[in-house]
Design a protein around this ligand. Structure first.
Ligand SMILES: *Cc1c(COP(=O)(O)O)cnc(C)c1O
Length: 375
C-alpha cells in the first residue's frame, strides 16, 4: 500500500530543532524565555501593520482572551460566523455569553455583511445589542473585511478577526491578522505553520498587548506578594514551542507559495470538469494563502462529496468535508441564526483536498490519478 497522503501535515524546516535545542541548552523550558520574545517579534514584523502579538497555548485561548478584553460577560450576545470550526464560537460560551450565528456569502464563503447588518438591527430591536463580532477568513480566504468593519463601526461594535487559517493571506494588500480590534492566529499542527500546538492574540495597541499578557499569566498584580483583582488564565505558550515557531516563521513564505501552487494544480486539474469547481479568489483584492484547497461538486453530478472522500480514502488519501455550520450543531441549537442556506449548501457539496506544503510531485500524481478515475 502507498503511504498515506494527509490533508495538511506539519512541515518542519531545518532550523526548528536547532532552536529547540538552544532552548534546552539554556534551560528556558518554561512559558517565558528568549525564543518566545523572538517568535512574537517575528510575527509582528511579518504582519507589519499595527500588530502587537502575544503567543498563547492555542488559537482558542486567543479568542477567549480577546472576548475577555472586550468585557464580554454572562448574558451577553456575540455575533459569530456560522460557517467555521467550533473553536471560533466555543469561547463565547466559556464567558456565559450566547453566540448569534450569521450565514455566509458566496464569493468568499465568509460572514455576509448584509445579513450581519440585518441581524444587528434585529438584536438591537430586541434590546440585545451584540457585544462583539467575530468573523473568519475561512480556508485562508479573506472575508469582505472593509464592508464588515464599516457595518460594525456604524453600530459601535468591536470586531475580532479569526485569522487562524489565514496567516499569509492579504486583503487589499494588507495582511490578514491585522484587522478589527483583535485578530487571532493558530499554530495547531494542521495550520500553515505550527508550534505543535499554539496560537497568538494580535492586538492593535501596545496597551492591549500588555493587558493580554496580564490575563494570560494568571492576572498577577504588580506586587511582591501574589495579589489578584481579576480572574486570569494560564494561557502563555511555552518557550520550547515558541522555538519551533521561530523556525517556522523563517519558512513561512515558502510554505504559502507551496500551498498556492497546490491550489493551481487543482485549478488546472479541474479546469475542464463539468462536475467540479475549485473555490478561488473573487478578485485581486483577495490574496488567499490557500491553506486548504476546496472544491464544490455540482448538484447534477452522479456522486456526492462523501463518495469522493471514500474513494480517495481507498487510495490512502485523506480528504474532508467542509466545516459543518455551527447553527446546525446540536450543541448550539438554542443560539439565534440569521440568514438562509448559503453555508449549509456549501457544506453539502464541498470537499477539502490534500493541501499540505510538503506534498511531493509523486503525491500530486497519485491524487490526480485517483481523482481522474473518479470524476
Ligand atoms: C484552528 C482554528 C481555531 C483554533 O485554533 P487552535 O489553535 O486549534 O485552538 C479557531 N478558528 C479556526 C477557524 C480554526 O481553523
Amino acid at each position: 500500500m502507498n503511504s498515506k497522503i494527509w490533508l495538511s501535515a506539519p512541515h518542519i524546516g531545518k532550523t526548528e530543532e536547532q532552536y529547540v535545542k538552544q532552548a534546552f541548552n539554556e534551560n528556558w523550558i518554561a512559558p517565558v524565555g528568549p525564543q518566545l520574545i523572538e517568535f512574537e517579534s517575528a510575527i509582528d514584523a511579518y504582519l507589519n501593520t499595527s500588530s502587537f502579538s502575544t503567543a498563547l497555548s492555542s488559537g482558542t485561548a486567543a479568542i477567549h482572551l480577546a472576548l475577555t478584553l472586550l468585557n464580554v460577560a454572562n448574558g451577553d450576545e456575540v455575533i459569530c460566523q456560522s460557517f467555521t470550526f467550533c473553536a471560533t464560537a466555543n469561547p463565547i460560551t466559556y464567558l456565559g455569553a450566547t453566540p448569534v450565528f450569521i450565514d455566509s456569502e458566496l464569493e468568499t464563503w465568509n460572514m455576509c455583511p448584509v445579513v450581519l447588518e440585518a441581524a444587528i438591527k434585529d438584536r438591537i430591536k430586541k434590546n440585545k445589542k451584540p457585544k462583539a463580532i467575530i468573523f473568519v477568513d475561512l480556508y485562508g480566504m479573506p472575508a469582505k473585511i472593509d464592508v464588515i468593519l464599516k457595518v460594525a463601526s456604524a453600530y459601535g461594535i468591536p470586531v475580532i478577526e479569526d485569522a487562524a487559517e489565514a496567516l499569509g493571506s492579504t486583503y487589499k494588500n494588507r495582511k490578514c491578522g491585522t484587522f478589527g480590534q483583535f485578530s487571532i492566529l493558530s499554530f495547531n499542527g494542521n495550520k500553515i505553520i505550527t508550534t505543535s500546538g499554539g496560537g497568538a492574540l494580535v492586538s492593535r495597541t501596545k496597551a492591549f498587548q500588555e493587558r493580554a499578557l496580564f490575563y494570560a499569566t494568571q492576572a498577577k498584580e504588580p506586587e511582591t506578594h501574589f495579589q489578584h483583582q481579576y480572574i486570569g488564565f494560564n494561557y502563555r505558550l511555552s518557550n520550547v514551542c515558541a522555538a519551533i515557531g521561530k523556525g517556522q516563521m523563517e519558512v513561512l513564505e515558502t510554505r504559502i507559495a507551496q500551498r498556492q501552487a497546490n491550489h493551481q494544480f487543482y485549478e488546472k486539474l479541474f479546469q475542464e470538469s463539468l462536475n467540479i469547481s475549485v473555490f478561488k479568489s473573487p478578485n485581486e483584492s483577495y490574496q488567499p494563502n490557500y491553506w486548504l484547497s476546496c472544491i464544490l461538486i455540482n448538484k447534477t453530478a452522479s456522486f456526492r462529496s462523501v463518495d469522493l472522500i471514500n474513494h480517495l480514502s481507498n487510495h490512502n488519501i485523506e480528504a474532508r468535508l467542509l466545516w459543518k455550520p455551527l447553527h446546525l450543531q446540536p450543541v448550539f441549537k438554542n443560539s439565534p441564526y440569521y440568514g438562509g442556506s448559503v453555508c449549509e449548501d456549501l457544506f453539502n457539496c464541498g470537499v477539502c483536498l490534500p493541501s499540505g506544503s510538503n506534498l511531493t510531485p509523486n503525491d500530486l500524481l497519485r491524487i490526480a490519478e485517483a481523482l481522474s478515475k473518479f470524476v
